[in-house]
Write a new protein. Structure first.
Length: 356
């Protein structure tokens, strides 16, 4: 970000000890294992990766670290020998696979109500990749917001997009009329474009964004729960699960804001994120200090994380510099050296070596 940013070492301190690592429901991991089995992935693959978690995938209260889920997905892609594994995993998703959250979605009257419920309660399913719903006029959008760089990998994004497509069609009884798909830093695969039936583009500020006709928000949910009392009971239980996860840390909320606005400004302002979180700048800074970090340290960390990931994926330095909002490539180079002690070219070479 700015040339006067605090060294990233500040971010590697107490702030990460204070923040709870994101988790995924055991049911989400179990769905991955079932698809892996269908693709002939040997049980030893997920048993080795999951360790003691492997015996608790049937427990609806059990949680698995999100990083472990991502590593298991990578293992299964490699073991299956199928580059489209992640896409097929998402496409196989049904509302019934979402556990208690799925029942709550089916208790909704309209697709818009169901998507709003998903946005509100999605942390009970997984915390590393959020879906945000927005609408204006005749258009609506579903935006994917990764909690970390690993969650923003092309495989995770494509799997999530395919899953969103499948669940929406399951709820509405028909596919949504998608109008546009944009992915920020990875070219959408032709298979994903065919699945969604929509032109796929590279670019934009969000990790991924699906546009569709807002009229679809009024579509009725098919085969929903007709009993209002049962629907209320399901929502109460889901709220208990959600609350048991604990409130997101201020640092986590700030990092989420920074990722959503990553390419909009080279100098992110504390005042802007404080306004969105309904806090004063002073109160937010005080809270961050109590969690062992600062706004500038978080901004540096998000910028470094994104820059390293994009460079390893083969993005040109000029593209990364522009995506992070730097006015000049030289300024990005100096900031990158300050963050990492290395150069963008060195990280690119590392990425090429890993993929060779």
């Amino acid at each position: 970000m700015t040339e006067h940013a605090v060294a990233l070492a500040a971010r590697a301190g107490p702030s990460h000890a204070a923040a709870r690592a994101p988790t995924a429901s055991a049911g989400l991991v179990r769905a991955l294992v079932l698809v892996a089995q269908a693709h002939g992935v040997p049980p030893a693959v997920w048993q080795a990766r999951l360790g003691p978690h492997a015996t608790r995938l049937g427990d609806p209260e059990h949680r698995v670290p999100s990083a472990l889920y991502g590593a298991l997905l990578d293992d299964c892609i490699a073991a299956s020998g199928n580059p489209a594994f992640a896409l097929q995993l998402g496409a196989a998703t049904r509302v019934a696979h979402l556990g208690l959250l799925g029942f709550v979605l089916q208790a909704s009257r309209t697709l818009g109500e169901a998507l709003s419920a998903y946005e509100r309660w999605q942390r009970t399913l997984g915390e590393s990749l959020a879906v945000q719903l927005s609408a204006r006029g005749t258009m609506a959008w579903l935006t994917l917001v990764p909690a970390d760089t690993a969650a923003g990998s092309p495989a995770r994004i494509e799997s999530m997009l395919a899953g969103v497509h499948a669940v929406c069609a399951d709820l509405a009884g028909r596919p949504l009329p998608w109008r546009q798909l944009r992915m920020a830093h990875a070219a959408p695969s032709p298979a994903l474009a065919r699945l969604l039936g929509v032109p796929a583009e590279r670019g934009g500020r969000e990790a991924a964004r699906l546009a569709f006709d807002a009229a679809a928000l009024a579509w009725p949910v098919q085969h929903g729960v007709a009993d209002p009392a049962l629907a209320a009971l399901l929502q109460t239980r889901l709220a208990q699960q959600h609350d048991a996860l604990g409130a997101p840390t201020a640092a986590g909320q700030v990092e989420s804001w920074l990722r959503r606005h990553l390419s909009q400004c080279a100098r992110p302002r504390l005042e802007d994120v404080a306004a969105e979180l309904h806090r004063s700048p002073r109160a937010l800074q005080t809270r961050l200090q109590a969690e062992g970090t600062s706004f500038r340290a978080l901004a540096d960390g998000v910028a470094r994380e994104a820059a390293e990931a994009w460079l390893r994926q083969g993005q040109r330095v000029a593209e990364v510099s522009h995506a992070l909002g730097f006015a000049e490539e030289a300024a990005f180079f100096r900031a990158f050296r300050r963050w990492t002690g290395s150069t963008p070219a060195a990280v690119q070479r590392e990425g090429r070596a890993r993929s060779a």
